[in-house]
Design a protein around this ligand. Structure first.
Ligand code: GUN
Ligand code: ZN
Length: 440
């Protein structure tokens, strides 16, 4: 197959950047190249060196003066909530009952699910996100629709049908047995097919009976290498109701521990109000706390203490995510901007290199997928985003006053959005999609 050589300012991360001066944390080439073959990165480095290595018939795409980074990774998002974004006036439990469950009930219709899956992945790609960990609805066909669409685009995505058998309308409930059977069938059909990953997905303790949690435990035991995704400690009313439903549990986290759901592939959305014991339990098991700033602010859930979790004696693995429809924007740039403000309210500042590390390599590491995505390293998948720091009038003006890469990244994060995404490559192929459309 013909080589593709992307030319531009390449930036990728090697480890957590301690400060804006921590140059050892990243690799940056002013005139860089990414050499791609068969959907994989062959090498990244100085353009002149890459040009020598490229095949004679290589196609060069000149993205100068734009930045070329690994595609963004969104570690928690609900694809059936495409039409829930911007639902007014409720906190978590009211929001679920008023807006979310009624919308998710529509995914019983496979055709509806296929349409939304297509529009959703268009939207993710348009925002520069090349991998998501997605919740589907309770309906098996919603997960099938997601995986069909994801597979046809050759995207590396993680998804699972939510298991939920109580405390919601009948139209979005399964049973312990059907949730087990459907999850097993979906794992068999989709996990490891192309770039697809299945996540065992009990929605949260409130909507799963102890019998269903037993089923989730069985699945986790039968498929120990799969991701598990759920919600934890998002909202005070949620926590109180959970304690009522599981009176024997020490705390919310103990429920997931009891059912064998805590491990290094476990993604726990929100984790805002953890006790020290709970935070220790996450640290001990390697489970990931997923920071969803736009959602946490929009639903009034609380302020995730990123820097404390990161630096406590037993540190947590942390990821960031949009959590749309509770979240308010599909952009990881907008997400990290809101994250920066939340961290500021907790008395700290997140440096721009750390932000961009988090959206790329940091989130890939949190998904245990850093050998495939989140980097521009040789041998990894060619999932790439190209960013234009002068995409809007205000960005263009402000760029005239900017002298350093750190300042440029901070501008991109603070005022950038989908308009800054010039191109996206998924498995080496250009993939930026047209604005939401029903056209084929
Ligand atoms: N907890 C259980 N389900 C959900 C959901 O769909 N969104 C959010 N933000 N929290 C949840
Ligand atoms: Zn969520």
């Amino acid at each position: 197959m013909t080589d593709t050589l992307l030319r531009g300012r390449t930036l990728s991360f090697l480890r957590w950047p301690d400060s804006v001066d921590d140059q050892g944390a990243y690799a940056y080439e002013e005139d860089g190249g990414v050499l791609i073959r068969d959907g994989k990165i062959v090498a990244t480095g100085a353009y002149a060196d890459m040009a020598v290595r490229a095949g004679a018939d290589a196609k060069t795409i000149d993205h100068r003066p734009h930045l070329i980074l690994p595609g963004f990774v969104d570690t928690h998002v609900h694809y059936p909530q495409l039409q829930v974004i911007a639902s007014y006036g409720a906190e978590l439990l009211g929001w679920l009952n008023t807006y979310t469950f009624p919308e998710e009930s529509k995914f019983r219709d496979a055709q509806y699910g296929r349409r939304v899956a297509r529009l959703f992945l268009d939207e993710m790609v348009r925002h520069g996100t090349t991998t998501v960990a997605a919740y589907c609805s309770v309906h098996k066909q919603s997960a099938e629709a997601f995986f069909e669409e994801s597979h046809s685009r050759d995207m590396l995505n993680i998804a699972g049908k939510v298991m939920m058998d109580r405390n919601a309308p009948e139209s979005v409930l399964d049973t312990p047995q059907s949730s087990y059977d459907d999850t097993r069938a979906l794992i068999g059909d989709w996990h490891g097919k192309g770039r697809q990953h299945y996540a065992i997905t009990p929605r949260f303790a409130i909507t799963s009976s102890p019998e269903q949690m037993e089923m989730a435990k069985t699945l986790a035991t039968e498929f120990p290498h799969l991701h598990i995704q759920t919600h934890l400690s998002e909202n005070h009313d949620e926590i109180a109701f959970t304690q009522e439903l599981y009176p024997q549990a020490k705390d919310y986290t103990d429920i997931y521990e009891h059912y064998g759901l805590m491990g290094p592939k476990t993604l726990l959305g929100h984790c805002i109000h953890l006790s020290e014991r709970e935070a220790d339990a996450l640290s001990d098991t390697g489970a990931v706390a997923v920071f969803c700033p736009t959602s946490n602010l929009f639903l009034g859930s609380g302020l995730f203490d990123y820097q404390r979790y990161r630096t406590r004696a037993k540190p947590l693995r942390i990821a960031t995510a949009t959590d749309v429809g509770g979240g308010t924007n599909y952009s990881m740039l907008r997400t990290m901007d809101e994250g920066y403000k939340v961290i500021a309210l907790n008395g700290e500042k997140l440096n721009p290199f750390a932000s961009f590390w988090q959206m790329t390599l940091g989130n890939a590491q949190a998904l245990s997928l850093e050998d495939r995505i989140g980097t521009l390293d040789a041998g990894t998948d060619a999932d790439i985003v190209v960013l234009d720091s002068r995409a809007t009038p205000i960005m263009n003006l402000r760029m005239d006053t900017i002298a350093t890469l750190a300042e440029e990244l901070f501008l991109l994060q603070t005022v950038g959005d989908d308009r800054a995404v010039r191109e996206v490559y998924v498995a080496g192929k250009p993939a930026k999609s047209p604005i939401l459309t029903d056209a084929a």
